[in-house]
Ligand binder design. Sequence first.
Ligand SMILES: Nc1ncnc2c1ncn2[C@@H]1O[C@H](COP(=O)(O)OP(=O)(O)O)[C@@H](O)[C@H]1O
Ligand SMILES: [Mg+2]
Length: 218
Amino acid sequence: MRLDVKDVVKRFPGVEAPVLNGISLSMDAGEVVALTGESGSGKSTLLHVIAGLEPADGGDVTLGETALSGMDDAGRAAFRRTELGIVFQQFNLIPSLTVGKNLGFQAELAGKPTGKNDISSMAQALGIIDQMAKYPEELSGGQQQRVAIGRALMHGPKLVLADEPTGNLDEATSDAVFDLLLGETAKTGASLLIVTHSEKLASRAGRRLHLSRGQIET
Ligand SMILES: Nc1ncnc2c1ncn2[C@@H]1O[C@H](COP(=O)(O)OP(=O)(O)O)[C@@H](O)[C@H]1O
Ligand SMILES: [Mg+2]
């Protein structure tokens, strides 16, 4: 799915300078773009605005043919559920559900319930197959991160927004998880926007963007 971000401005109350100060970027369907920037530069905020989770104060985001501003909250939520895969920096796993149920959760919400086999093969690929019956609090940070990545991919989203998805992983696991993200999105033709601090991973993306002082530097 194509993504067009046009002149997006985002301020937070009590913070003088806008966090996003006229951001424009486009991604073609199937493109893999890495987003870098110092801590606090607004990377997570930009992902949240693109996902329609945070309202922008100016500008607009168009996902495929659909402008976020043209939808109401319910429309945005429905769109997000079916078309987007979001790997949150803080994982946002559901504490009362097992790993297996967390993995299948968004697919169920998206109306594309997945069978046990699909969930198992994703868990296998993520290296968490022996954790399926556990609850998130029983996992390490790296294991929780892998569940969050799996959950964001299970329903076959058209755009994956991944916020430092390898931030808690050692280098070998990081590489494997990035391979999985690239492989899964390539398989379905999904676009992938990945926030990363890793130069090595960023250099494997088709294109790189850098966020600094509220603006994109290419
Ligand atoms: N809900 C919020 N209210 C006020 N300030 C916020 C909020 N969320 C983020 N910020 C501020 O916006 C800036 C960018 O945050 P963030 O997008 O999380 O940066 P990054 O992901 O690049 O580390 C930071 O200065 C942060 O403190
Ligand atoms: Mg962040």
